[in-house]
Design a protein around this ligand. Structure first.
Ligand code: SF4
Ligand code: FES
Length: 250
């Protein structure tokens, strides 16, 4: 395939960015989107130009590092895949592809296509942990009975990879789907009960402090989430939050 790429270039966090146009030829439909960007960077380096900075690590849909807005969609036109799992067969010869970073105040651009996602990590630090009794009486996790339906829900929530696509795609730049997944993965399990109330209060507080917007139930996050995290987790987190707030006030 021969492609025209419109790529967001921005020197640093303070610089004003702009879309630059590049021609890239002979791209295999079997290559991944990131391999296509590797080709572009090879071309740019051979021409003596600076390569495009973009985030990636595992390249198999696990780490959540690859975060691109492709033709106006978080992680591109395919469903339930990350950018690194997106294949060039989703595009056709002669296409023009727009490639931009996540756009959200709480996830500022560092350079080109890379954004600073430490706000999501600070939310995790505010409550994404459990207390374990390590005084010699530690219970074997396999000896704690958990209903299958609860274990399944906890696993569904835990499949969130923290990529931030939910924030990027939300018109309010809300991080509710991410936070709801992180709260729920613990609250469904007995091991998560010790800090259950303070976890939801602290994580939501940190989310607000970081400047993420509010949820207005438009559901774009659920559609673009590469892991299919359900909006139901947001409803569950809201219930938990209200419950915990009442206890905290009394
Ligand atoms: S909820 Fe989905 S879109 Fe949001 S951070 Fe987790 S995996 Fe990414
Ligand atoms: S590079 Fe790890 S999820 Fe895409």
């Amino acid at each position: 395939m021969n492609l025209t790429l419109k790529v967001w270039r921005q020197k640093n966090a303070k610089a004003k960015g702009a879309l630059e146009t590049y021609k890239l030829n002979d791209v295999s439909e079997h290559s991944s989107f990131l391999e296509m960007l590797d080709m572009l960077n090879e071309q740019l380096i051979n021409e003596g130009n600076e390569p495009v900075a973009f985030d990636h690590d595992c390249r198999e849909g696990i780490c959540g590092m690859c975060s691109l807005y492709i033709n106006g969609e978080a992680h591109g036109p395919d469903r339930a895949v990350t950018t690194c799992q997106l294949h060039m067969r989703m595009f056709k010869d002669g296409d023009t592809i727009y490639i931009e970073p996540w756009r959200a105040k709480a996830l500022p651009v560092i350079k080109d296509l890379i954004v600073d996602r430490s706000a999501l990590e600070r939310i995790q630090h505010a409550g994404g942990y459990i207390s374990v009794n390590t005084s010699g009486n530690t219970q074997d996790a396999n000896a704690i009975p958990i209903r299958k339906s609860d274990a399944d829900k906890a696993m569904d929530a835990a499949s969130c990879i923290g990529c931030g696509a939910c924030v990027a795609t939300c018109k309010n730049s809300s991080a509710m789907l991410f936070v709801a997944a992180k709260v729920s993965q613990f609250s469904y399990l007995p091991q998560g009960q010790v800090e259950r109330k303070e976890r939801v209060l602290n994580m939501v507080h940190q989310m607000d402090k970081e400047g993420f917007g509010n949820c207005t139930n438009t559901g774009a996050c659920e559609v673009e989430c590469p892991k299919g995290i359900s909006l139901e987790f947001i409803a569950r987190m809201n219930r938990e939050y209200f419950g915990a707030s009442i206890v905290a006030e009394n």
